[in-house]
Design a protein around this ligand. Sequence first.
Ligand SMILES: C[S@@+](CC[C@H](N)C(=O)[O-])C[C@H]1O[C@@H](n2cnc3c(N)ncnc32)[C@H](O)[C@@H]1O
Length: 282
Amino acid sequence: MVKAITESDAAALDLLLDKVYRDGGYDFREYKRGMVTRRLERRLRVAGARTYLEYMWFLDAHPEEYQRLAEDLTIKTSGFFRSSYTFLQVACLVLPELVVHKRMQDERQLRIWSTACARGEEPYSIAILLADFLGNRLPEFEISIYASDINRQALSEAREGIYSPKEVENLPPATLKSYFTSNNEGYLVNSNIRQMVSFSYFDLVSTNPPPFANLDCVFCCNILIYLQRQLQKKVLSIVYDSLATPGYLVLGEVETPTDSLRPKLECINTKAKIYKKTGNKI
Ligand SMILES: C[S@@+](CC[C@H](N)C(=O)[O-])C[C@H]1O[C@@H](n2cnc3c(N)ncnc32)[C@H](O)[C@@H]1O
């Protein structure tokens, strides 16, 4: 049986997380410890390890375990239009302003980043929102939705774009009919939506500078909650640097923004936590 994890294991846990970073390339050192220890228990059980030290030996003997561990430590729960309130606010407050701004600048490119895209529900929801909002003006824009995550399994499922009946059950029938095709495997996101989204591996925690610049909008939803405060600040600074001026940051209903954001961004919806980078002093 796996030994209960107590405070005295904290030093061993530090060593284990250092090792996972150094040898496996995954940096969970500043994730919230409660979540990490709960999820580690499962990996220890599967590995037959009774202590963190034994699990470190197991990692040495089975390097493929690093990726499995990373997958178990990341929570990929998501959903289409997961916070319907947030998506509604994006449609009402962000997209109209953004489209007017693009027209005034005579620009056709719309570039959006879904920073922790899990199995793709969030970036595909963004693409569907844009298709609905723009309607027959859609071809006037070149839309790029960059979707990234560190869970490789989730990314590969996201690329396939096939969802079970349960996963699409909350979508309005008209959305399902317009943007999905049902087949033997489930509901496939239609190609006009899929082609707006490109998926890639990107670790928000270990990489700086950001992989994208001059983005019109960044979604950073349901990821900061798993990180310790200091790391939340770091991630938000990467995200901030990736935004254009004007550019919009969407955190969603669940996240609590760090104080460091307030002087830099104008809050345009407190509940959905939508912010605008204006470049002006606020
Ligand atoms: C709960 S899901 C959120 C999915 C989606 N954003 C939403 O709001 O429904 C959290 C995602 O964050 C990803 N994640 C965790 N740490 C990450 C990191 N350092 N860089 C990028 N993605 C990360 C996980 O793999 C997981 O897919």
